[in-house]
Each structure stands twice: as C-alpha cells, then as structure tokens.
Design a protein around this ligand. Sequence first.
Ligand code: MN
Length: 194
Amino acid sequence: MKFIHLSDLHLGKRVNEISMLDDQKYILLQILRIIDTVQPDALLISGDVYDKSIPSAEAVTLFDDFLYRLAKRRLPVLIISGNHDSPERLAFGGRLMQSSGIHISKVYDGDLQPITLTDAFGEVHFWLLPFLKPIHVRQFFRRKPSKATRMPAPPPSSICRCGRTRAMCSLRTSSSPVPQPASRKRYPWAARTT
Ligand SMILES: [Mn+2]
C-alpha cells in the first residue's frame, strides 16, 4: 500500500510573533499537488495538527479547508492527535466524518479498533493510537503484579547490620564494624566554626 505520511503541521504556529499561516497554506496546497501526482492510497497525519490545544480560528479554518479538499479526492485520511493537540477538540465531528473517509483518533478509552483499508495486495490495518501519557492509560490497565514478579522478602539472617543483604554488603563479613561518619572531634577547626 502506498501512503503519504505527514506530521507536526502545527497549524497556527507563530514564530517570533510572526504568523506561519500563509506558509502553511502554501505547504498544504503543495501537499495536495503531490497527492494528485503520486496518487497514494491513504494520507496519514500523525499528530500535532495544531500548534496549540485551543487553536486560532484561522488555523481551524485552514485545516477544515484541507480536510474538505482531501475528502473531495476520495482519499482516506487517518489522523491522530499529538501532544500539542486537544484530543477532544480534534475528535469533534470525527464519527460523522468517517463516512467521508476522514478517520480521526477518538479520545482514548482503553478500546482501540483498527481502520482497515484494502488495496490490490490485501488488507492493511491502521491503529489510530493518539499521543498518550501514563496517567491517561493507567486506569485502563490496573493489574496486580503476578506472583512470579513479586520479590520474596529475604530471611532475616541474610541481612547485614548495615541494612543491606549480605550479598550486596560491601563489608562482606558481618563481624566487620559498620563504618561510622568521622567524628568531628578529630577536626577541632570544624568545632570552632560552629
Ligand atoms: Mn510536534
């Protein structure tokens, strides 16, 4: 399967207070031209559609126009949200757009189903896993550690006076005195300064 992979469009980005929107408009037109020439089976947009989680109206309008032009070409589009995107805002209207071939990752809820596209060689499965942090997925993967992974407590006889297990103890022998911090009495100048 032949597909074009895009990411990090960062639509609406400003650099040193200068809007990149005109450049981004130009780049998206160039991408449409490449699509018309290359004729891919799908377009992937892998995160950071926008530069901010609340994008500017101009950035939203630009992306809306881009999606419309892609849908008119009957080109399947697969989009995931990146760390700059708001997954909820990017997913707005996503289920409605599916019938137009625009597939946007939903807000992660522990359940992921692939989008399956087919070409002359067979099926290709796309798993739209958006950018996630451990805090987003932890609630869906609560598992107790298995018995095999739980470490048994060492028997008391194997613990050295220094608190480490005998195997880990650098003293190697339990009869050696545990080193104590040097007494301040040995350094009379230290006592004078306090
Ligand atoms: Mn990025």
